[in-house]
Design a protein around this ligand. Structure first.
Ligand SMILES: NC(=O)c1ccc[n+]([C@@H]2O[C@H](COP(=O)([O-])OP(=O)(O)OC[C@H]3O[C@@H](n4cnc5c(N)ncnc54)[C@H](O)[C@@H]3O)[C@@H](O)[C@H]2O)c1
Length: 276
């Protein structure tokens, strides 16, 4: 019987990258609320010879996860679950809009969605005595603050707390849970944030420069870590939130670059980017 993985937010960006990577090893169940892009990703995977099935729904609703669990259990041995669906919208706290999308919907997708995903996953694993693994997609915002992102940051810190709880409560039954906290990753959501910025090029350049690796990450670079965390290669790793952010959040400010080394590498000693 083939092993099965569920991925939420699978129709775009990081979730799509994760679904693509996991489809190499599992039958994948794709959850998303976008009725246009979800079938496209399912077709992309099935055309490549993989087993992929979709569940259209809002992760803020428990029924979406229950449907995905039932479908997953009908297709094989459900052992992996990734909660990736999420989004953000900034708003200043001192002038907070009276718009449910900025508070309730955001908490519903990022936080409640991850909770119900974990709940259905552990219910399935324990019912079948399966040694399952969960990965929740958090963010560097779960551990660092940026003005106007209080709600998003609350939800991502909650995702880290949820991950620890699952790891502690279900570890005795062979179940592991970890979070991945991405930095800036090039996805449709991030690209849209460039478009919305007053100066899109400057916004993109500033993000590239913030991480010591001097670039924005790719969804495949998150997907590879998720694949590892779900696998038995990570069999003693649980309860952690692993930042995958090009060393962005471990430095103090933007450190100076060694000018001699920069010269040897043909890099600009101020930005660390290749000299044009
Ligand atoms: N891109 C980044 O730089 C970055 C950095 C840190 C964390 N993240 C996190 O990674 C995850 C994916 O982000 P992305 O950049 O790939 O975004 P994206 O917009 O490209 O993809 C998100 C997907 O989630 C789906 N989705 C959103 N709300 C949903 C809901 N309530 N129910 C079902 N599906 C829903 C969307 O339809 C979309 O297909 C999010 O949790 C985000 O917070 C992204």
């Amino acid at each position: 019987m083939k092993e099965v993985a569920v991925v939420t937010g699978a129709a775009s960006g990081i979730g799509r990258g994760i679904a693509k990577r996991l489809a190499e090893d599992y039958t994948v169940i794709l959850i998303d609320l976008n009725p246009k892009t979800l079938p496209v990703v399912e077709k992309e995977l099935t055309d490549a010879g993989h087993q992929a099935y979709s569940v259209l729904g809002d992760v803020g609703q428990r029924a979406t996860h229950q449907n995905a669990r039932a479908l997953a259990e009908s297709k094989g041995n459900l052992i992996s679950w990734v909660n990736c669906a999420g989004w953000t919208r900034g708003a200043p706290m001192h002038d907070f809009p009276n718009d449910p999308a900025v508070l309730e919907d955001l908490i519903g997708a990022n936080q409640i969605g991850s909770f119900w995903g974990c709940a259905e996953a552990v219910a399935s694993f324990t019912t079948r005595k399966a040694p399952g693994a969960i990965v929740n997609i958090s963010s560097v915002h779960g551990r660092r603050a940026v003005p106007d992102h209080a709600v998003y940051e609350m939800t991502k810190a909650a995702v880290d707390a949820l991950t620890r709880n699952v790891a502690v409560a279900y570890g005795p039954f062979g179940i592991r849970a970890n979070a991945v906290a991405p930095g800036a990753i090039l996805t449709p959501a991030l690209e849209q944030s460039f478009v919305d910025a007053p100066d899109p090029v400057a916004r993109r350049n500033s993000l590239e420069l913030l991480a010591p690796l001097k670039r924005i990450g790719e969804p495949s670079e998150i997907a590879e870590v998720v694949s590892f965390l779900l696998s038995t290669r990570a069999s003693y790793l649980s309860g952690q939130s692993i930042a995958v952010e090009g060393a962005w959040t471990v430095g103090l400010g933007v450190p100076e670059i060694d000018s001699e080394l920069a010269k040897c590498y043909g890099l600009d000693s101020k930005t660390g980017l290749p000299k044009s």
